[in-house]
Design a protein around this ligand. Structure first.
Ligand SMILES: [Zn+2]
Length: 471
């Protein structure tokens, strides 16, 4: 049993912790915007207050134990709980609260008030949040699952590109409070850091700017990047996670600026509560084209669109009105554009097939799937890039691949040569609202960064020379 936080030892520990926290908070302030400082200070104050209350009263004991090898009973006993109290505690945790599976590393904390057990908290390592049992006269009186409190905060990232975008983000984008200690110590800390930067980079290069910037060929040393992001802050764990990019600007050293601004589409009917979030250029044009180039994240074209070819299974010449992408079994298959699922079933030679109906008379099909994404059915609305299934080899197929086809107004078209129309631009009242919100965002963003962020140069129409009639 680990008994601590008593008298002088506790006072010294808390004082040391407070000093370290404040030092850390100060050093971290230099490279980040201001909005989170406020939260952080409140958090530190609250922690100190609780600790001080416990110490000053000198009536509270806090014991902690760690579940070893998934054995709950041992950890409960280590807290000094025994007899009928032991039985009732285990029963509440496992039956009433439904915490049936424990893992090595889950922790328990018992709070004793004047020697009597008053509260027990169980922290499953795989969840954010904890189980709490309150005791009255030694027996459990009430219990609940307390979900972890989460704040959403905004932060600005400014980087100079000196080699790759990944390296620039790795050097500048990680929040100083990514982990509880503020530094990367354990393997878990490092993987969280890598995960954070990968998610951010994926959103930036594969989603936001995938049509505007070729991140292999266009990037030059001296380019600049500004990102306004949202983060999830979990005060109880002292951890931070990436949420999404609100806005971004990429300035090329040789001139030119790519921009992304957010717009929240409010649903027309009250029933669909989900607010759709998209990114737009300054003029209200969508950053996206209507379709992605391919329905898998990586893959090799194993068969192109043609009107006549030798079919590998049937052995005779047959048109192949689609493109085959060979990809490993189980690879994600994306909907290439926003739309509604119209087919999601076995369909002869296609094997497991999904069809999606899009705007402007387009329809796409994805064949030979190994399985479908969960939570969708015929009639589900899917977004561009949303996973709808997984690469397989069902139906008439010689190996794992996705057969991808596209129809326009009912006839097959070659997805590779079909001109990809831009996704719907904002118009009318929506455009007006977007322009107002954009200028507010840009102003606040500039304030957070502390400089006037660049705006595109206005193209000046060459003066029309009015030719004087010759006399
Ligand atoms: Zn095919």
């Amino acid at each position: 049993m680990l008994r601590y936080r008593r008298n002088w030892t506790a006072v010294i520990l808390i004082a040391a912790a407070a000093v370290i926290t404040l030092l850390f908070a100060k050093s971290g302030d230099e490279n980040i915007g201001s909005p989170w400082r406020f939260h952080r200070n409140i958090e530190v104050m609250e922690t100190c207050r609780l600790e001080m209350l416990a110490v000053v009263a000198d009536t509270v004991d806090i014991c902690t134990s760690i579940v070893g090898e998934g054995f709950l009973g041992g950890a409960v006993r280590e807290l000094g709980i025994s007899g009928s109290q032991y039985l009732s505690t285990c029963e509440v945790l496992m039956d009433s609260l439904g915490w049936s599976v424990q893992r090595a590393g889950d922790t328990l904390t018992a709070i004793y008030n004047r020697g009597e057990l008053s509260e027990l908290r169980a922290f499953p390592g795989n969840r954010r949040g904890f189980y709490r049992i309150l005791f009255s006269e030694g027996t459990p009186s009430s219990w609940e699952y307390v979900p972890q409190e989460k704040w959403i905060r905004q932060r600005v990232i400014s980087c100079d590109i000196s080699s790759t975008v990944w390296e620039a983000l790795w050097d500048t984008a990680l929040p100083p409070d990514l982990t509880e200690s503020g530094i990367l110590i354990t393997g878990r800390d490092s993987s969280r850091a890598v995960g954070y930067v990968s998610e951010l980079q994926h959103e930036l290069t594969d989603r936001l700017f995938c049509y505007d910037i070729d991140f292999y060929y266009d990037v030059r040393v001296g380019d600049k990047l500004w990102i306004l992001i949202e983060e999830n802050r979990y005060p109880m764990d002292g951890e931070t996670g990436f949420r999404r990019i609100l806005a971004a600007k990429y300035q090329f050293v040789h001139g030119g600026l790519a921009e992304a601004f957010p717009f929240f589409h409010r649903p027309d009917d009250a029933e669909s509560a989900e607010i759709i979030f998209d990114h737009y250029h300054r003029d209200g044009a969508s950053l996206r084209t209507m379709f992605l180039k391919m329905p898998v994240p990586f893959g090799r074209i194993s068969s192109v669109y043609s009107d006549a070819r030798m079919h590998p299974v049937l052995g005779y010449t047959r048109a192949h009105r689609g493109i085959d992408y060979a990809s490993p079994l189980g690879t994600d298959i994306y909907a290439v554009g926003d739309g509604t699922i119209t087919v999601r079933s076995w369909c002869g030679g296609y094997g497991n097939l999904v069809r999606v109906r899009h705007a402007n008379g387009y329809e796409t099909g994805y064949g030979h799937m190994n399985g479908y994404a969960s939570g969708q059915s015929v009639g589900s609305y899917v977004r561009q890039g949303e996973v709808i299934g997984y690469v397989g080899s069902t139906g008439l197929s010689t190996g794992p691949h996705v057969h991808f086809e596209m129809k326009k107004n009912g006839s097959y078209v070659n997805p590779a040569t079909e001109i990809m129309p831009p996704a719907n631009p904002l118009e009318g009242a929506e455009l007006e609202r977007f322009l107002t919100e954009m200028s507010v965002i840009e102003e606040q963003w500039s304030m957070l960064v502390g400089i006037d962020l660049p705006v595109p140069e206005v193209e000046i129409e060459p003066e029309t020379v009015v030719e004087e009639p010759e006399e």
